[in-house]
Design a protein. Structure first.
Length: 274
């Protein structure tokens, strides 16, 4: 079901020109020609709901608090069990990219600024991160970025239609180092199934991590999904358009490596052997 958001002083409908569908430089251009074939919604809903985060009582700065009050009504899309009319939310039709867990939003904002022809939905649960992202939206004057402050699993299930995303970014998800916590890792078979169902055919899934065991796990899980195709032979080179995030820079200072994974959704669901 769709509902159209009305323009209001707090939530203006932007009037940017329609997108030229220009792909990101050096980025996934994987438009496949075969008609879209939906993954079964049942398959998407089977995705196990991993609680991949612990809500920390992080402190918000005065600037973040102001941003939450003044800019939140305009740039935060409230969580809903109904899909918003995203075209009305952004005020245009453009390829939509969803990011799971943008943290403090530094990489997210740079990507949105560098790609004005695309619209970006950032999903994050952490309030200081949401405040920080709002400040970046204000500073950079971004009109192609919106935020949903909620668990990305619910957001993908309820607010994002199947086959509607041009891409998904999952950058430096919490690695959950201890074995007993591995079930909390975001990248699991069920969640990847859900992500994949929301990608349009040819849409891309870009993950990055600085924790090698998690990188190997991601490679196994993504490679095991018959509807995804690896664009590289194993790990992908880091695309020039992914700027380093705060979390990544901390990892690099600790001497960690960085692993990128870049997969695309196949044009039609892979046939299961009978
Ligand atoms: C390790 S941080 C990385 C943040 C950022 N991507 C970066 O590279 O700096 C992971 C972030 O994902 C968020 N997160 C984890 N699980 C989430 C979920 N299910 N829905 C939304 N955000 C989530 C956390 O709150 C945290 O901010």
């Amino acid at each position: 079901m769709h509902f159209a958001e009305q323009a209001s002083p707090d939530r203006p409908v932007f009037t940017a020109a329609a997108s030229s569908q220009t792909p990101m430089p050096d980025a996934p251009i994987f438009k496949l020609s075969t008609a879209a074939a939906e993954l079964s919604p049942a398959s998407a809903l089977r995705a196990r709901h991993v609680r991949s985060f612990v809500l920390r009582a992080g402190r918000t700065t005065k600037g973040q608090e102001r941003a939450l009050v003044e800019l939140g009504p305009r740039f935060i899309v409230p969580y809903s069990i109904h899909e918003p009319d995203w075209d009305a939310v952004f005020g245009r039709q453009a390829p939509r990219i969803l990011e799971v867990g943008f943290g403090m939003g530094e990489a997210t904002a740079q990507i949105a600024q560098a790609h004005p022809d695309r619209d970006f939905i950032g999903v994050e649960v952490h309030t200081p991160g949401v405040g920080a992202m709002l400040l970046r939206i204000e500073t950079l004057g971004l009109s192609n970025q919106r935020i949903v402050q909620h668990d990305a699993v619910d957001v993908l299930r309820h607010m994002v239609a199947p086959s509607s995303l041009g891409g998904v970014h999952v950058y430096f998800p919490d690695p959950w180092h201890k074995k007993r916590h591995h079930k909390r890792r975001l990248i699991q078979l069920g969640f990847v199934d859900l992500l994949c169902s929301r990608l349009e055919p040819g849409g891309y899934l870009h993950c990055a991590t600085d924790w090698e065991p998690y990188a190997q796990h991601m490679l196994e899980v993504l490679s095991a999904n018959p509807n995804l195709m690896n664009t590289a032979n194993g790990f992908a080179p880091r695309p020039a358009w992914r700027p380093p995030s705060k979390f990544e820079q901390r990892g690099l200072r600790l001497g960690h490596g960085v692993w990128d994974l870049l997969f695309v959704r196949r044009a039609a669901p892979a046939l299961k052997p009978s």
